[in-house]
Design a protein around this ligand. Structure first.
Ligand code: ADP
Length: 626
């Protein structure tokens, strides 16, 4: 008996709307149909396990096929199947209460996922690429009649007895003329690779060629022949679904290579596994950090019950962990809703916190277990840890126990260890602890040497994140500050009781200042005569810590005002140095200026600031002086 009916929705033109709005994402039709096939297959397995289905399960492989001539794509499963009644119930009554609701909601929808998820339109996404869709199904129920459903994309459908003899469902799409690109082996393979690679039921698509042994030849050597075998597109039990205790390092590394064939081996990984208060599994890998951060982002793949959803995991993974690689699988993440909803969703927040905590715990554990190994990886891990400590307070609290300082001698200290190490030497007369750091040890070498001579230690802060990390640390460390080692002469960086005084009279100091200003003849250098040890350099050129930081920040974006200011250097003349004494004693103004210029150039030279003509003139003058 043939029956005609109308799909019960309250708007006549629903399909044109779906097509129009979903067009950009139309490849997901295959994801939806294959997911339905997987669901139907898992349901029959469950029924069998519960003893509610007594028949043979048989081979449950799902088949995806296409016919270029007939312009069809077919998805076949051996799942629970549907009776005619079930088709009417599940397929014909689209799950929304009325046209007005749909029209109201879809106008804000940004992509197909959103509409499909909200309205349970998975099956109907087939109409994005097909003019006509057929369902042939045989229910699991004993004595069930096969059913056939045909719909041409209008609201009219036709249901009649079918001829399917095997349990399960075939969905046949008659591809429309705009979507013929999908009638292609590579295109379909690509979509299956993207969405179906880790689905829990085997999915067969076409065949592939494999070499198999074929006896031995006359010389006793193995012979090989090519055979066509089924091409199973997926791995049904990817490692994140397995128990960590069952897995070896090789398994994790192999999976990593499968996901990112072009990447170097990761540093380490974390297996995520929670079932309360939300459901989440996954494996996150710490990659070797490359210079080009942007290319490394968006590498985490998000799945829902092994169906690939997206690699835009923003909001679910904390910002500072966006450089991680791997997979997250959670049926609890509302995948089909808009971004703003995602941000407000409490599950998403919990997941975010959970991941942060797990990563912190793992790092803490690695640090405790084998500090040497941890130190050797710090170059890569450091970026995550510092970024995390800056951006999330909760992470700072944990991170301060396993974050490492490196000094210019290549030694590693925890924050606490370092404080204990430098406290006896680097506490100033105001009782404040001063941490010294270098950003470019080659350029700042003379300053590092001066600091080391005084038993001061110098930290190495040479990565792009360090200027932010320094600022953040200063906010956190009590009664301590950080100063770049070339921000001033060493005696000024850390001022101690009974430091050197300038032994020149005021008149002498003014005279020296005048000579130097004339010799330098450049307004961006401001000369100051001060007291340091006679052992120190006669002249040092420094940039004020505050000013320099402002300029650094301006360079990293924002604060244009400081960026536009010219570099302003302070020239510190050591009033106690013998050269200054010589300058004062000289009667010859030209000689005075020459010596002053030479001492100044030496200071510039020690910082790599002397270049071009100035450098040539310096060399010439040096020869004359010899
Ligand atoms: P959803 O999968 O979100 O429920 P769909 O529109 O994709 O929405 O499917 C509607 C319903 O139709 C499913 O819930 C299921 O009951 C039924 N269905 C769809 N495809 C199949 C299939 N291949 N085998 C059995 N039942 C199916």
């Amino acid at each position: 008996m043939q029956e005609k009916g109308t799909i019960s929705i309250h708007t006549e033109n629903i399909f044109p709307i779906i097509k129009k709005f979903l067009y950009s994402d139309n490849e997901i039709f295959l994801r939806e149909l294959v997911s339905n096939a997987v669901d139907a297959t898992q349901k029959i397995k469950r029924l069998a396990a519960l003893g509610e289905y007594k028949g043979e399960l048989g081979d449950l492989t799902i088949d995806v096929s296409f016919d270029k001539e007939k312009k069809t794509i077919t998805v076949s499963d051996k799942g629970i199947g549907m009776t005619a009644e079930e088709i009417k119930k599940y397929i014909n009554q689209i799950a929304f209460s009325g046209a007005s609701e749909f029209v109201e909601k879809f106008k804000d929808a940004k992509d197909a996922n959103e509409i499909i998820g909200k309205f349970g339109l998975g099956f109907y996404s087939a109409f994005m690429v097909a003019d006509t869709v057929e369902i042939h199904s045989l229910s699991r129920e004993e004595g069930a009649e096969p059913a056939k459903w045909v719909c041409d994309g209008s609201t009219e459908f036709e249901i009649s007895p079918g001829d399917k003899t095997e349990r399960g469902t075939d969905v046949i799409l008659h591809i429309n003329s705009e979507s013929e690109e999908f009638l292609d082996k590579w295109k379909l393979q690509e979509i299956l690779d993207k969405y179906a690679k880790f689905l829990p039921v085997p999915i067969r698509f076409e065949t592939k060629t494999e070499s198999v042994e074929d006896g031995v030849d006359d010389k006793g050597e193995k012979k090989w022949k090519s055979v066509e075998v089924d091409n199973i597109v997926n791995t049904t039990d990817p490692i994140w679904t397995q128990a960590p205790s069952e897995l070896k390092d090789e398994d994790y590394l192999k999976f990593y290579k499968e996901l990112y064939p072009m990447s170097e081996d990761p540093l380490f990984w974390i297996h995520l596994n929670v079932d309360y208060p939300f459901n989440l599994t996954g494996v996150l890998y710490f990659p070797k950090v490359k210079k080009d951060f942007e290319l490394q982002r968006n590498k985490i793949k998000l799945f829902s019950r092994q169906v690939f959803i997206t690699d835009e995991v923003k909001d679910i993974v904390p910002e500072f962990l966006m450089l991680l690689h791997g997979v997250i699988d959670s049926p609890d993440i509302p995948l089909n809703v808009s971004r703003s909803f995602l941000q407000a969703d409490s599950n998403v927040k919990k997941i975010n916190n959970y991941i942060t905590k797990k990563v912190a715990d793992k790092l803490g554990e690695l640090f405790k277990k084998d500090r040497k190994v941890y130190e050797s990886k710090w170059g890569d891990i450091g970026l995550f840890v510092k970024y995390g400590m800056i951006s999330e307070d909760k992470f700072y609290e944990k991170g301060k126990d396993f974050a490492l300082f490196t000094n210019t001698k290549g030694e590693y200290y925890t924050l606490e260890e370092y404080k204990e190490k430098v406290k006896p030497f680097q506490t100033g007369k105001d009782d404040k602890l001063v941490y010294l750091y270098a950003t470019d040890p080659d350029k700042q070498d003379s300053f590092i040497q001066s600091a080391n001579k005084k038993d001061y230690d110098v930290l190495l802060m040479d990565s792009p994140i360090d200027s932010h990390f320094i600022q953040h640390l200063e906010g956190k460390l009590e009664n301590a500050s950080l100063k770049r080692v070339d921000a001033d002469v060493v005696d000024k960086l850390i001022e101690k009781e009974g430091g050197y005084e300038n032994l020149l009279t005021e008149e002498q100091s003014n005279k020296v200042k005048e000579i130097f200003e004339k010799a330098i003849d450049n307004k961006t250098y401001s000369v100051e005569v001060q007291g340091s040890s006679p052992e120190e350099l006669p002249v040092t050129v420094t940039m004020d810590e505050f000013m320099r930081r402002m300029k650094d920040m301006a360079q990293n974006g924002g604060m244009g005002f400081y960026g536009a200011m010219p570099d302003n250097y302070k020239v510190g003349v050591n009033g106690n140095h013998p050269v200054v004494d010589r300058i004062l004693k000289s009667e010859d103004a030209a000689e005075q200026e020459r010596l002053a210029k030479q001492a100044f150039d030496l200071a510039l030279l020690s910082q790599g600031l002397l270049k071009g003509k100035e450098l040539t003139a310096f060399v010439k003058r040096s020869v004359e002086l010899i």
